[in-house]
Structure formats: C-alpha cells, structure tokens
Design a binder for this molecule. Sequence first.
Ligand SMILES: Cc1cc2nc3c(=O)[nH]c(=O)nc-3n(C[C@H](O)[C@H](O)[C@H](O)COP(=O)(O)OP(=O)(O)OC[C@H]3O[C@@H](n4cnc5c(N)ncnc54)[C@H](O)[C@@H]3O)c2cc1C
Ligand SMILES: NC(=O)C1=CN([C@@H]2O[C@H](COP(=O)(O)OP(=O)(O)OC[C@H]3O[C@@H](n4cnc5c(N)ncnc54)[C@H](O)[C@@H]3O)[C@@H](O)[C@H]2O)C=CC1
Length: 502
Amino acid sequence: MEAGHPPPTAGQFVVVGGGIAGVTCAEQLAIHFPSEDILLITASPVIKAVTNFKQVSKVLEEFDVEEQPSTLLENRFPNIKVIESGVKQLKSEEHCVLTEDGNQHLYKKLCLCAGAKPKLIREGNPYVLGIRDTDSAQEFQKQLTKAKRIMIIGNGGIALELVYEIEGCEVIWVIKDTAIGNTFFDAGAAEFLTSKLIAEKSEAKIAQKRTRYTTEGRKKEAQTKGNAGNIGSALGPDWHEGLNLKGTKEFSHKIHIETMCEVKKIYLQEEFRISKKKSLTFPRDHHNQSVTTDKEIWPVYVELTNGKIYGCNFIVSATGVTPNTGPFLCGNNFDVGEDGGLKVNDHMHTSLPDIYAAGDICTASWEPSPVWQQMRLWTQARQMGWYAAKCMAAASVGESVDMDFSFELFAHVTKFFNYKVVLLGKYNAQGLGSDHELILRCTKGQEYIKAVLQNGRMMGAVLIGETDLEETFENLILNQMNLSAYGEDLLDPNIDIEDYFD
Ligand SMILES: Cc1cc2nc3c(=O)[nH]c(=O)nc-3n(C[C@H](O)[C@H](O)[C@H](O)COP(=O)(O)OP(=O)(O)OC[C@H]3O[C@@H](n4cnc5c(N)ncnc54)[C@H](O)[C@@H]3O)c2cc1C
Ligand SMILES: NC(=O)C1=CN([C@@H]2O[C@H](COP(=O)(O)OP(=O)(O)OC[C@H]3O[C@@H](n4cnc5c(N)ncnc54)[C@H](O)[C@@H]3O)[C@@H](O)[C@H]2O)C=CC1
C-alpha cells in the first residue's frame, strides 16, 4: 500500500464503472443488502442513470439515460458510496483493487462494468476522432463547427446516427459493405432507409430549424479527472440530440457514400503535397459520379482501397468498440473472449473467484437461447448489470438464481433516420445458414417489416416505422408457433394478425 494512504477498507460488494451496467448493478445490490455499504468506483465524475423505464412487452424495454452527478445516486441509495477515481490495478488473489488516488479497496464480491472504448482505425492521429462519451461528443461537435467536409468510416450505429443528424457540411461515408447499416440491416432495409436519406437530404437546401442545445454546463461537470483517456461512460440513445451537429456550409448537406472499400492510407497535408497524388472533388450528386481534381487544400487526406483520395477536415472512426479490460488483465488470468471481453458464464461470473462482469466489458459465454445474441447496447448493459447483482447476492448467501428472462430473446428498440426501429431475435437471420425464409412488407417512406422464419417458426424480425407488431412478433418468436399455414398472410396488411394470435 502506498505510504500516507488509509488501510484498505474491509471486504464488501464493489462495482467498477459508473455506466448503465455498473449503476444498475450497484442499485440492485443496495436493494438486496440495505444494511451493507456498496462501493461504486468510477473514473468519471458523472454516472449514468436509467430514467423513464418502460417495460414495453415481455422483453422489449425502453428507457432514457441521464448523466447525473454521483451525489444523486448516493442520495437515492444511502448505502451506495461512489468513489470518483479510476481503477489502475486489480489484485485478484488479494481480493483488492487499487485506484488512481492511491487507495486500495478489498472486495468480497466484485463486478467489473468498465465498458468499452472506440476501436479507432488509426490510434494517435489528431484527425481521427472516436465518439464514446460526453467529452468525445463535445470534441466532435467543436471540430464539426469548423468543418466543411468530414469522412465517416464505419457502417453501424454511430455512423447511421451521424449521417442522418449532421447538417451543413459535406459527408463522405465510407463503408466496407454494399449497403448501409450492415450491423443492423439487410440490403432491403438499407434501401428503404437510403431512399429516406436521399429524399430528406436533397430537401436539405430548405432551411431546417434545429433547436440549439448545448451541454456546455454538463461538460464542466463531466470533466474526467486524471489521464482518463477513453474512460468516460458511453453515450445514450439520444446522445446526438444534445449536440448542434452543424458544419460551416449553411443548409448544404450532402452525403456521398463510398461502398465496398476501407481506408488504405491517411496523409497529413504536407505528406500529401509531397506525394504528388491528386484528390477528388466532392461528387456533385448521387447519380452524376463525375469527379474532378480537387484544388482545395485540406488538413488531412484519405486514400481508400478503391484508389480514390479525398481531402477533409477530419475523420470519424465509427468502427466499433473494444472492451475496457486494460487495467484488470495485468497479473490476473481471466478467460477473454475473441472480441476482447471478459468471458462470463450464465451467472455473469468471470473465470476468477468472486469476480463478475456486466455490460460492454464482458463477453457472454453461456450457451445462448437460439434467438438471443450479445450486442453492446444500453439495453443489454442494463439487463446484465441487474442480473449480475442478483447472482452476486444469491452467491453471497449460498444460493443460485435462474437465467434472467431478458436473455431469452434479443430485443432492441431504437431510432434510425427518425424511424422507430425494433429488432427481435435473429433479425438478420444470424447463424441460420441458408435454410430460412423471409417474408417482407414495405410501404415506401412508411414501414419496412421483415419476418425471418425457419421450419415455419419465427426466429427474428425487423420492424421499421410505427408497425405496432412488436408484441405480436415477440410472442410468435417466444412461443415458436408453427406459422406455415399462414404463409404470406402473416404480413397481409388487410389481415389484423394481432387478432389471430392474441
Ligand atoms: C456514440 C454512442 C451512441 C450509442 N447509442 C446507443 C443507443 O442508441 N442504444 C443503445 O442501446 N446503445 C447505444 N450505445 C451503446 C451503449 O452506450 C453501451 O452499450 C452502454 O453504454 C454500455 O454500458 P456500460 O455500463 O457497459 O459501459 P459504459 O457506459 O461505457 O460505462 C463504463 C463506465 O466505466 C468507467 N470506467 C472505465 N474504465 C474505468 C476504470 N479503469 N476504473 C473505473 N471506472 C472506469 C467509465 O468512466 C464509465 O463510467 C451507444 C454507444 C456510443 C459510443
Ligand atoms: N441506436 C443504436 O442502437 C446505437 C447503438 N450503438 C452501439 O454502440 C456501439 C458503438 O457503435 P459503432 O462504433 O457504430 O459500432 P458498430 O459495431 O455498430 O459498427 C461498427 C461498424 O464499423 C465497421 N468497421 C469495423 N472496422 C472497420 C474498418 N477498419 N474499416 C471500415 N469499417 C469498419 C463494421 O463493419 C461496422 O459496420 C455498438 O455496440 C453499437 O451497437 C451506437 C449508436 C447507436
């Protein structure tokens, strides 16, 4: 123990991480053990709290996420004590964690909920930004206000949200795939969304009022201490609504999508000049792809694997996340998943005694339900934090608990391109091979419905728009009813299938 610091506190329940998983876990432990102190250790001075929680149906849930000073959590749960300091080392053999402020904390049961950090295409390049938390979102907003053209790499949740929300600057969107939104959508849904994107953005010349809202106030509170780096807690479903994503070009909003390619090389301005290579102007419109040499000088240039080179003000690497296991692996022999997460079993228990994990930091390593898969999302972070607390509480009194029902069926409600999006089960036929059937119903600009069936049973669904089918489809997937007899009627708009099956 470092000199001048108090002796380690006696063993107790310790949770690391003030994001949704960690806060949910600490709250549940505080409820289970009202007379015991629960220690929540987190690197950022704000915690993420679930507000307006709504159980939409058996597994579908909706909630808001609020960034709050940790004192609010302590006021709500007097037996939770929040320590705002990053954990720099875990000594699992001594059941002890060491924090940046030089203190040590003994635990009897520990839950690691330190989240994940952006997986950047290039580390350490000042022109390559990742978005993870309030600080990085603020940095992004600041850079955007000065930008005429940005490049977005990646085709998942963040890219989809950014491309739709950004106004006033040219966006070159680079995706490895043939269609947009590959982590959530197949080509059909991508087509449905692209048509909205093109329709809306081509009207973008019409003045679009955007409510200006700054999170400046929160920024001061949310200043992470020490060499926090990427350890602020991740943002929430409405992260972009707190930002004014406006570039410099008033009302000019153009998106150019480069498909089936990746970043080959990034040049700084001087490097590019010396290379004598030519960069391209921004393609005029979706159809007329004629491009000419760009005379403008840019701070950074990106060469793509398709040979094209574009200059821009900066690059957003929306290319996924990697679990924040760094401070915990050293000296501890955790089983780690292929995605870098701490493996957890069906009781959220890691491979080391008395250590649990939940949220983005972990890799679900139990035999999953045929219609559930892990995705690093708020919903799963909350469910995992809640269930881990239950398992920790049961284990500490020598009992066990059944797998939580929320892991029976993958269910995610979100919004993309201003449409409500519900993803259920194996929504993209993940792992079903070729022996499955899709039934589609699409009304342009209104709804896109895809049911995934195998052997006549519904295994997944994508619902875009206000379809009101989520509960019916959730039941059909959970009860695995044989739907062969219904065939296409299943999505016949003239048949109210809710009556069929309710
Ligand atoms: C831009 C963006 C938008 C997103 N939008 C959505 C969405 O719309 N819907 C959705 O479902 N999901 C969304 N996600 C994903 C979602 O944010 C995460 O899956 C979820 O927040 C993970 O929660 P968590 O508690 O596991 O981790 P986090 O929320 O990342 O929290 C980790 C916590 O651990 C702390 N920490 C990290 N390292 C240490 C350390 N060494 N010591 C102490 N504390 C530490 C951090 O300070 C933080 O408080 C989005 C993610 C991003 C980046
Ligand atoms: N509304 C929602 O549900 C949202 C959820 N999220 C979640 O937050 C987390 C982070 O979001 P994202 O960073 O968008 O991750 P993501 O996993 O959703 O998407 C990453 C994308 O980057 C691509 N990619 C990876 N490496 C690449 C490379 N080297 N070059 C080009 N493309 C590459 C992947 O193919 C994928 O399309 C994810 O878990 C995501 O699910 C984020 C935003 C919104």
